[in-house]
Each structure stands twice: as C-alpha cells, then as structure tokens.
Design a protein around this ligand. Structure first.
Ligand code: SF4
Length: 361
C-alpha cells in the first residue's frame, strides 16, 4: 500500500490526509525522499531558487507571549527590549540595501504603538527611499493585531497597507492549527480561523503570501497533516500561496527547553510528506537558519526547491541557540545548493529570475 501511494504521489497525483499520515509514519525514509525528489525534479528540474534579502524587526516587545518564542519580551522594562522608530528603520534598511538585497522581510513583536498608521508610514517611507526593494511584511497575526488596535477591518487594513507599499505577506504565525497544540505553545495567539481568513483577504486583494508549519514539539503527525489539509483547501479556493515553509522547533531559550527538538529524520520526513501532500503549492521552502546548513543541503533531495534568503541580520531564530550564521553571502548560499547536488538560481520575491549585474549593490 505504501509503495502504491508513493508512486501516485511522485507522479503528482493528489493523495488524501490519511495517505499522507501513513507515508509519514510508515514509508522508509529513503523511499519517501526519493518520491518527493522525483516530484520536485519533474516540476522544476535541478534548479533551487533563493533570494537576497534582509530582516527588519521593528520591535521585540510583544503582548502575545508565545511559549515557543525566544525573540520577544513582554515589556519595555526588559533589558533586552528595543523599539525602533520609522526613521531608524529606514536608515537601517538603506544600509542593508547597499548590500544588494531585493527584499526586506519585516516582522516583529505586537504592541499598541506599532499600529496601522505606523506601518503605513514605514512602508511609504521605505518605498520612497528604496523603490526597487520588495516589502514582505507582517504575518497574518500581526495584520489582525494592527487592524484591531486601529479599529478597522482586515479588508481596510490591507487596502491601506497595499496603498502604502505592502508587496507580499510572509507565512509566520500559523504554528500548528490544532487548538490542542496551540493551547500549549501559543495560547494567546489568534486561532487558525483568523490566520486563514487574513490570508484569504490578502489573496482577494492580489497579495501573494506564504504559509508555515512549526513542527517537532507537541504535535502528532496527524496534526501536521490536518494543518496542511487546511492550507491545501485554502489554496484550492484562492491560489494565493507561493510557498510552504516547514519550520523545525528550536527549544533553546523558550519555555520548553526540555524538549529535544525534531531529529534529522523527523525534519526530512516532514519536508518530504509536505512536498507530496501539498500538490497545489508551487514551492516548498527551506529555512536554512532553523534547519541548519547540513540538513538544508540534504533536504534538497527530500522535497525542497527553494531556500529562504541570505537573511542578513536574522534575529528571530537566532534568539534561540542556533549555531547558523546571522546571514549567508551569495557565494555561501550557492555553495550550500551545490553541496546538495543542485543548481542555484537567484529569484525575486515573486519568483522571477534576478540577473545580479542589474541589481544595485
Ligand atoms: S512568536 Fe510572534 S506573537 Fe508570539 S511572542 Fe513571539 S513575536 Fe509575539
């Protein structure tokens, strides 16, 4: 039975949630990887895409307080607290743009001062200073928060953010949709229905978005697949997702330091099962900071076709105890992809090829 499911999935046929759970639990790792790899090669050949981007995290003060988060602090009294102004952020972004980035990834803590007018001002100032740089900004839970504190609907929040320069939305905040797991790791975070509704609204206004899964803590394989089922259903409805990003849980400096985090095999199984199940997602993206460089290279044969960017100054995962560097040079990124036996292709936020000599550096 497992062989038959793998053969169908490798051909690009849709498989059910029960079949995906069975693959995760029972398929031999090498065969699971080979099926996912065959599917990737059929879809995109040998190419692995990546982009050259940088993170901008306006503040780490956050009223949500997720147990798995090592980045945020509760109040401005915390000695680790920081809160940047629009001017400071634009100045930093301008320095980062000098490194040749094509995208700014803007996410951070949620606190009342960082409301809709703040982000409208930030986006429009960034666009006037750096018109060629795309803004991948605000997770669905941040959009929901910003809309609530500014007393507007999700629709109005997006209309105003897009008018100010919002280009695409990242996939964070999804964690695991299961209410059982959410209660343990993120009990004050907006629930799955809100996350999905915000993405639905974004897609209806033409904003492309990503989706994540935080795995390797309290969730079961069936809960992972249920999570992906809800994403696949929304993608059938809207077609607005660009990539699915499986994020391995990193226990260091969180409320759950006693958990081991996912093993190499669990990481590879999750990536491969996602590639086979999410037949309507164009890309499965690897977050190299969280996966580690070695597993990232290996996972290029287990279903990844895209890597998170060079990520200059990544702070969120680095607030845990990861040992990956703060960012990768383009040549290190290309080396990582070559080590996985693939050919690297630089892309922009909307997956168009980038000719590096045309990018201001
Ligand atoms: S994960 Fe996001 S919402 Fe949760 S505490 Fe950290 S910054 Fe706040």
């Amino acid at each position: 039975m497992i062989d038959a499911i793998l053969a169908r999935a490798a051909e690009g046929e849709r498989i059910s949630a029960d079949e995906a759970t069975a693959l995760y639990a029972d398929a031999p790792l090498e065969l699971l990887g080979a099926a996912a790899d065959a599917l990737v090669r059929r879809r995109v050949g040998d190419s692995i895409t990546y982009n050259v981007n940088a993170h901008l995290n306006p503040t780490n003060i956050c009223v949500v307080g997720c147990g798995f988060c090592a980045f945020a602090v509760w109040t401005e009294q915390d000695e680790r607290a920081y809160a940047y102004s629009v001017d400071q952020l634009v100045e930093r972004a301008t320095q980062l743009a000098g490194l040749g980035i094509t995208e700014l990834h803007i996410v951070g803590g949620m606190t009342r001062e960082y409301d809709l007018p703040f982000y409208e001002e930030l986006f429009s100032e960034l666009k006037s200073a750096l018109p060629e740089v795309s803004l991948t900004a605000l997770t669905a839970v941040e959009v929901d928060f910003v809309a609530k504190v500014s007393r507007v609907s999700h629709r109005e929040a997006f209309e105003r953010l897009i008018a100010a320069g919002h280009d695409t939305m990242p996939g964070g905040g999804a964690e695991v949709f299961s209410p059982r797991v959410r209660k343990i790791i993120a009990d004050r975070k907006a629930p799955a229905e809100v996350w999905l509704d915000v993405h639905r609204e974004a897609h209806s206004q033409g904003l492309r978005t990503n989706a994540t899964l935080l795995f390797g803590h309290f969730e079961t394989p069936a809960e992972q697949v249920e999570h992906m089922q809800r994403l696949r259903d929304l993608q059938d409805e809207t077609g607005g997702f660009q990539a699915f990003i499986p994020l391995p849980f990193l226990p260091g400096n969180t409320d759950f330091p006693y958990l081991p985090g996912p093993t190499r095999e669990e990481k590879l199984r999750t990536i491969a099962a996602a590639r086979l199940f999410l037949d309507n997602f164009e890309h499965i993206k690897g977050h190299w900071v969280m996966l580690g460089e070695e597993i990232t290279s290996e996972a290029l044969s287990f279903g990844l076709d895209d890597l998170s960017g060079t990520l200059t100054e990544e702070r969120i995962a680095h607030a845990t105890t990861v040992e990956t560097p703060l960012g990768l040079s383009i040549s290190r990124m290309e080396q990582l992809i070559r080590a996985g036996g693939r050919e690297s292709v630089e892309r922009d936020t909307l997956y168009r090829r980038v000719a590096r000599d045309e990018v201001a550096a």
